[in-house]
Design a protein around this ligand. Structure first.
Ligand code: GLU
Length: 481
């Protein structure tokens, strides 16, 4: 491996308006690798596709990375020696290299209009040929080129891909990978509006920013031969590649929006803990040993290595993530759990102004919450009650035995000064021996009458939080003549 001091990696997203969880995993692996080796983690914004421009996307991206704990060393707003870090601010550089590639015979101007290209494509499809640029401008003479330029014909610059041979790289994760050149298209490097394509800008910047390791998703592997040709044509050293395995839906298709949420911002908005999301994503493609699942960021930095990243796709399993988030949530001090749930309860109109009561609510609900957003639904019965009109209610609550339980509880509760969990447990025990009902036939009528639900936290806890008056009121409501 390269000298430890010189390691420089980058996360190079295109600002689409949100950060994909796969992007966060890529950023994380870059970050971990940099931190582990005392290197530099660069954030570079690849925004040369102007049709995809989204207002505020860079700010959103940096805020999301910061939330996840992935602080970059150089990037927008953190100018280092290699800025600017936003490609649309570096256009001159790409033009300069596109021209250099033309001058040295590695690229050529192509004057074909969109209509011509379209006709070419149609014809190729009709002949059942592979659709590709047929390289007709590759053989223009210098005079022909000059003439077209003099006429002001608009043009792009294309890479002159060799007709034969191959390109091989040694990818840290995938090993030796060889690409045949004869199937490659003469890639456009510079568009007619003077903007570079991803390929040119990416290579120029990785070189200029002295990137030593390119760690990115497997979907970029097919770009490697084009990039290698550009590096070679410009006489530049090729960085080390490490292509990360794809993230998959449970049905093993590529992780997509259609099958669930892929935007990190959505997870953040639902109260997921960044530590849990990062921990979970770290394990999607990398593992230190089979039996370890929990890692703090410093532990990840310590344990991470690219050599232990696998080749096969990793399934993004929401249930597993939720489970892990629940583990992190439960380990937090109560004050933090209260803060995390608050934004979901206040807008729902729940009155949580009494801090003491709110604390008890969150304590009671904690074992049933994996993600803070769930608190809204789980806490609802503390603020309103609705007993469903169904068979369960008929059998347990409105039956003769259910009504007896409700009656007895009302009697007992009236007599006591204050409802504590302990006192309520005693009342339940009393009811059991006095009425001779037990199990579901004792608990279900009480639970239904107090909460309208069939599951939830321990009844004595609920009763204490509701308080005497509310318990009496709720029981009273369920009395049938
Ligand atoms: N701009 C590319 C993206 O959106 C970067 C790919 C790379 O890392 O080279 O992911």
């Amino acid at each position: 491996m390269t000298n430890q001091q010189t390691i420089r990696v980058r996360f190079a997203p295109s600002p689409t308006g949100y950060l994909h969880v796969g992007g966060l995993r890529t950023a994380l692996y870059n970050f971990l690798f940099a931190r582990k080796h005392g290197g530099t983690f660069v954030l570079r914004i690849e925004d040369t596709d102007r049709s995809r421009h989204v207002e505020g996307a860079i700010e959103n991206l940096t805020a999301t990375l910061r939330w996840a704990g992935l602080d970059f060393d150089e990037g927008p707003g953190k100018e280092g020696a290699f800025g600017p870090y936003v490609q649309s601010q570096r256009l001159e550089l790409y033009r300069q290299y596109a021209n250099e590639l033309v001058d040295t015979g590695s690229a050529y101007p192509c004057f074909c209009s969109p209509e011509e290209l379209d006709t070419m494509r149609q014809a190729q499809m009709e002949r059942n040929e592979r659709v590709r640029y047929d390289r007709r401008c590759r053989s223009l003479t210098p005079e022909e080129v000059d003439a077209k330029m003099a006429e002001g014909t608009s043009y792009v610059i294309r890479l002159k891909v060799p007709m034969f041979g191959d390109v091989a790289v040694n990818d840290i994760i995938r090993g030796n990978v060889t690409f045949q050149l004869n199937i490659l298209d003469d890639q456009v490097l510079l568009k007619s509006d003077g903007f570079p394509t991803y390929h040119l800008a990416n290579v120029v910047d990785d070189h200029h920013m002295q990137i030593t390791h390119i760690i990115r998703g497997e979907e970029w592997l097919p770009s490697v031969p084009k990039h290698v040709l550009i590096y070679q044509a410009l006489g530049w050293e090729i960085p080390q590649y490490a292509h990360l395995p794809l993230l998959l839906n449970p049905d093993r298709s590529k992780l997509s929006k259609r099958q669930g949420d892929v935007a990190v911002e959505d997870y953040r908005a639902r109260g997921y803990l960044p530590e849990a999301l990062v921990n979970y994503l770290a394990l999607l493609g990398w593992s230190e040993s089979k039996d370890r699942e929990f890692y703090s960021m410093p532990e990840l930095i310590e344990a991470f290595s690219l050599e232990r990243v696998g080749k096969s796709g990793a399934v993004f399993d929401l249930e597993k993530l939720n489970w892990m988030n629940g583990q992190y949530f439960r380990n937090l001090p109560i004050e933090q759990r209260m803060e995390l749930c608050r934004p979901f309860l206040e807008p729902a109109g729940y009155d949580i102004r009494d801090e003491n009561r709110y604390r008890k609510i969150i304590e009671a609900l904690t074992p049933r919450i994996q993600v803070p957003v769930e608190a809204r639904e789980k806490a609802e019965f503390f603020f309103s009650k609705h007993v469903p009109e169904d068979e369960t209610a008929d059998v347990f609550l409105y039956s003769e035995s259910g009504q007896k339980v409700v009656h007895l509880l009302l009697e007992k509760l009236k007599d006591i000064e204050d409802v504590t969990a302990e006192r309520f447990s005693e009342i339940l025990a009393d009811a059991k021996s006095t009425l001779g009902v037990k199990g579901k036939y004792l608990f279900m009528p009480v639970r239904l009458a107090l909460t309208g639900e069939t599951h939830g936290p321990e009844l004595p806890l609920i009763a204490e939080i509701l308080g005497k008056e509310e318990c009496l009121k709720r029981l009273q409501e369920e009395l049938r003549a």
